[in-house]
Write a protein that binds this ligand. Structure first.
Ligand SMILES: [Fe+2]
Length: 556
């Protein structure tokens, strides 16, 4: 462990040189603090903060239990990094009931301020963490890191480390797939064995004990600890926090011999609330109703969506339909009546009502920006023809893509593309609140995206920025980098809404929003299979306000 942490600290220094990113020296001190073996034993999973409001922030840690006994944990929050001016403190019990995790919703804070916090148990301090409240009034600039698809098995969370060291970043928006459910024989298993990053427990996670253990493994990763210590988290879950491709009554990766779906799902949600720095559900809210609105002064409102457990109908299974689609008319009928069926919803009525209220408020306040935290791609992304590529593949695994590409169908039926009617309704709802200038921030796909959004009548609805995996690989990478790059090009050529995409790199999007424009930097790390890595800026795009719409400007 210590050796890995030494590497981490060295990398932080290297990051400064390699990328030219503005690096805070504070995080190097935290990296050094992580080397204390006693601290690692007691606070194995680090500290975290999140779910900020204008006057509060949730701070989190876990104390490794001794003989299963409850431990009293003291906490303090200061407005200086040396903790000379402690302004709030208290104590809380870490007990088996919440898997020895503790969470404090620290309130009475000032808007737009940075704070430092730490915990103390058995006479030992945790590493310090840094958090921040939402700003009020006039706000000139906001910088957020977009992260998604952090798969422990596939490699090191180098991109987290870069995020932790960047002094411009104020909040991290994690768009889901914070962890993956697979066992060591599942997706990523082979890669994990080579790296010594096999999932724990070794089997696919199903029970509450399983989900807790997996969360613990992810939180003990050194780069994860640095990222959480450095910045407050705003987060939504996607599918893999429970199981691949869930919907209202089940999931693609849930089988009858794995017990009842709702018990499994509830276990995953319980573990999520124990282990993530999110505020416990308010009165009248169920735990699965994980949606939020964050107001950044007069600059922006960010609304996060829940598209997995509260409103989504079952995904369309292409295998049931494709062999019956022979003519253009049959294809159109499938798109209109099955994929686009307006009865197949994505969001719950309660989610929609919440969305409408907060979107309308943002418009009324004349904020220039409306950001959406959204799990799954929203743009129309149809698969281009791949027959020439597939013909050269020996293993024929491209067979599915072959059919879908030939018929010009959506790449996936799990994204908003698989719910065309619901997407149209979502756009209509947004327009009715006066907003056709959405800046949609998306994870899930393991590719970077710069997409323009249009409704069914071709009216502009905004821009979508998609972030790649922190470590999960792009879908076409198994066919080699040449083919993956070719597919990126074809994807952009084939789809009106896709301006640019990249499925070759891991990394994150650094989004800076000012009243005049939004700048998206697509930041990449050159490897996730070594902690020795380099950081580079793959692309920059700019988005400007143009009356009621957003205009996209191609950048570097
Ligand atoms: Fe993912």
């Amino acid at each position: 462990m210590t050796e890995m942490l030494n590497l981490t600290r060295r990398n932080l220094l290297k990051t400064t040189i390699a990328s030219g990113l503005a690096v805070t020296p504070w995080i190097s001190q935290v990296a050094a603090a992580l080397e204390n073996p006693e601290r690692l034993k007691l606070f194995t999973h680090g500290v975290a903060s999140g779910d900020p409001t204008h006057t509060s922030s949730v701070i989190w840690t876990r104390v490794s239990p001794k003989n299963g006994e409850a431990t009293l944990v003291n906490w303090e929050l200061a407005d200086d990094e040396r903790f000379r001016n402690v302004i709030r403190k208290g104590s809380i019990k870490a007990s088996a009931e919440r898997d020895f995790t503790v969470k404090v919703d620290v309130d009475g804070l000032k808007p737009g301020q940075m704070y430092y916090y730490r915990f103390k148990a058995d006479g030992l301090y945790s590493e310090p963490g840094r958090t921040r409240t939402l700003p009020e009034g006039k706000v000139d600039s906001l910088t957020i890191a977009l992260a998604s698809c952090s798969n422990y098995a596939f490699g090191y969370f180098n991109a987290y480390e870069v995020i932790s060291a960047d002094k411009d970043i104020q909040f991290v928006l994690h768009l889901g797939d914070y962890l993956y459910e697979y066992g060591v024989e599942g997706w990523g298993g082979e890669e994990s064995k080579k790296l010594g990053r096999e999932h724990q427990p070794a089997h696919e996670i199903v029970s509450l004990a399983d989900y807790r253990e997996r969360h613990g493994q992810y939180k003990s990763d050194p780069a994860s600890r640095l990222m959480h210590a450095a910045h407050p988290l705003i987060c939504i879950w996607d599918d893999h926090e429970s199981a691949n491709n869930p919907f209202l009554h089940g999931a693609q990766n849930h089988q009858p011999d794995e017990g009842k779906w709702f018990e499994r799902r509830d276990a995953s949600v319980q573990a999520y609330f124990e282990w993530m720095p999110v505020r416990d559900p308010a009165e009248g809210m169920r735990a699965d109703e994980l949606w939020r609105s964050f107001e950044f002064g007069d600059l922006a409102t960010m609304i996060t969506l829940e598209t997995r457990h509260t409103g989504r109908e079952e995904q369309v299974d292409y295998e049931e339909y494709l062999s019956n689609i022979k003519t253009p008319d049959q294809r159109q009928q499938f798109m209109d009546e099955v994929m686009g069926n307006p009865q197949r919803d994505m969001l719950s009525p309660k989610m929609k009502a919440f969305y409408k209220v907060h979107l309308a408020q943002s418009v009324q306040k004349k904020q220039p920006w409306r950001l959406l935290g959204n799990q799954i791609p929203m743009a129309r992304i149809h698969l281009p023809k791949v027959n020439d590529i597939a013909a050269k593949q020996e293993d024929k695994t491209m067979g599915g893509y072959l059919y879908v590409g030939e018929l010009d169908l959506p790449w996936y039926s799990d994204t908003w593309d698989g719910y065309g009617g619901a997407r149209e309704h979502f756009y209509q709802m947004s327009r009715e609140q006066g907003a056709s200038d959405l800046l949609v921030l998306t994870g899930d796909s393991h590719s970077f995206w710069a997409n323009e959004l249009f409704d069914g009548n071709g009216h502009p609805m905004g821009v979508e920025l998609g972030t790649s995996g922190i470590s999960s690989p792009g879908d076409f990478l198994p066919y080699g980098e040449t083919i993956a790059a070719e597919m990126d090009q074809r994807m952009a050529n084939h789809n009106r809404e896709v301006r640019w995409t990249d499925g070759l790199h891991n990394g994150f999007v650094k989004l800076t929003v000012t009243p005049e424009k939004a700048v998206a930097d697509y930041v990449t790390v050159n490897t996730v299979t070594s902690t020795d890595y380099q950081v580079s800026l793959l692309k920059r795009i700019e988005i400007e306000k143009q009356g009621q719409h957003l205009s996209y400007t191609q950048g570097v």
